[in-house]
Design a protein around this ligand. Structure first.
Ligand code: SAH
Length: 458
């Protein structure tokens, strides 16, 4: 079969667009070519690597005319390390790009060309924002390496520095790399399921500066643990908790079921707004707490609570949004599928002296219809589903009971747009969309949308 371009051909193209994962898109007689590293507006020469029926892939050889938005990526392992996709674009342009990608799905998938998509709320300082790092270790040619996985592989790109994680995590990576070999601790080998140290997890509470370090080992018996604990204490004076997690399984899942305290407290404490959270080794917690506050504040503003409303927080995790809303609402009902998260949510409510929340473990699409069937009425329904979006059955329930306001928090604009179309067809109107940048330098974008029920016009 012949295409507009041929494999191994070298050609000059103009980049027209950027894909969700940061690749430049050129069109050659209507045939799309994806080129990693190339930016919209640039003229580049490329080498065609692969041609498929509808599109192909090419390698960037030379930038003939660079984009004014191109910057030198500050990280020396970008783009080999898969963590960031957009470091070669100025932060302002990243935000514009993310707004454009949301606009695009609102037009194309939700068919809502008139709905306002606001400018993305970004960070003043978009570096060092991640409060959690899961650092793998390996040994290569008798040398310990650590860093992050190359995109779609389990191959570590060796580095001491990651500019989106905390400085504590950097310091720990550098120190452990030198010391664990001296201490005779073997790094874990995935292929043979041998060795000892699998991952080191570093979590920092932004508001209190407390740091937790979790050493994930293959065995419970870890003879060098005292030496490692002392080294960590010396390196990181603000460490308040050191835990050992045991994962004997030959699996991609990072942590196992057993966690032992090696030093300090079992939890670190952080705050979002004025709500306190106890974070244990395995509990889920937002990784960019500063922007989480921006996101939740937006959700709260859209909910427009006056104190008399009964609110649902569907897909509530450890109850972060629920607790944030509770002070402004009469009651908040949270539902989440992971029972442990519901336990954490109840505990977090208690720690904060919040008594008007109710949490139930189960699937949102099962539990919410049950609440309605019991005759409960809700004024605002908030949803924050995983990437695949809302379950169809939940959307049916919303359309059946028609709560006046729906606030949709989404980490995937594509599924958000799909769900908005369904809600629109059922009588809701999407009033506005506010994107928030939770993950600077990555291609992800989070959105909060506000919908009102207006009824179906015949
Ligand atoms: N609102 C929370 C968490 C959002 S992440 C926060 O802001 O922190 C999405 C959550 O949905 C996850 O905790 C996941 O466990 C949960 N989940 C996934 N499928 C679900 C379902 N069918 N019903 C309820 N919760 C579900």
């Amino acid at each position: 079969m012949s295409f507009a371009v041929n494999k191994n051909e070298q050609l000059q193209v103009k980049i027209e667009d950027l894909t969700h994962d940061g690749a430049g898109v050129a069109k050659v007689d209507g045939y799309a070519l994806f080129i990693q590293g190339a930016l919209p507006g640039e003229t580049v020469t490329v080498h065609v690597l692969k041609t498929l029926k509808k599109y192909g892939f090419a390698k960037l050889l030379e930038i003939v005319e660079p984009s004014p938005e191109r910057v030198i990526p500050p990280c020396h392992v970008f783009p080999t390390c898969g963590g960031c996709q957009l470091q070669h674009i100025s932060y302002e342009a990243q935000l514009k790009q993310k707004q454009k990608s949301v606009r695009d799905v609102m037009d194309r998938i939700a068919k809502l060309p008139d709905v306002p998509v606001h400018e993305v709320k970004g960070m003043d300082d978009p570096w060092r924002y991640r409060n959690k790092s899961q650092i793998p270790f390996d040994t290569e040619h008798d040398r310990v390496i650590t860093g992050f996985y190359k995109s779609r592989t389990h191959q570590i790109v060796d580095t001491d520095i990651c500019l989106i994680q905390t400085t504590e995590a950097d310091e720990l990576m550098t120190m452990l790399k030198r010391k664990i070999q001296q201490l005779g601790i073997e790094t874990y080998n995935e292929k043979t399921n041998t060795g000892m140290l699998r991952h080191v997890i570093v979590r920092k509470a932004r508001q209190t500066n407390q740091v937790m370090v979790v050493l994930v080992t293959r065995h419970k018996k870890f003879p060098q643990k005292q030496a490692v604990v002392e080294l960590i204490q010396q390196e990181i004076p603000n460490v308040t908790s050191i835990m050992q997690n045991i994962n004997t399984a030959n699996t991609n899942v990072i942590m196992g079921n057993e966690t032992i305290n090696l030093y300090g407290a079992d939890v670190i404490i952080d705050r979002i707004g004025d709500i306190e959270f106890e974070i244990s080794a395995r509990s889920f917690y937002q990784v960019n707490p500063q922007q989480t506050e921006v996101l939740y504040q937006q959700a709260l503003d859209y909910a427009g609570l006056t104190g008399s409303e009964i609110v649902i927080d569907a897909y509530c995790g450890i109850g972060t949004i629920s607790l944030f809303l509770a002070k402004q609402a009469k009651e908040v009902y949270g539902v989440e599928i992971v029972p442990q998260a519901i336990q954490d949510a109840k505990r977090n409510a208690e720690v904060n002296g919040i008594t008007n929340t109710h949490f139930e473990a189960g699937a949102a699409e099962e539990v919410i219809p049950k609440w309605y069937a019991k005759g409960k009425q809700f004024d605002v329904l908030m949803v924050d589903p995983p990437r695949k979006g809302c379950d169809e059955k939940l959307l049916d329930t919303i359309l059946q009971y028609k709560p006046a306001k729906v606030v949709y928090v989404s980490c995937n604009p594509g599924t958000l747009a799909r769900d908005l179309r369904i809600l629109e067809d059922g009588g809701y109107r999407t009033k506005e969309v506010q994107p928030v940048d939770m993950f600077p330098h990555s291609s992800h974008v989070e959105c909060v949308c506000y919908l009102e029920y207006v009824g179906v016009t015949p």
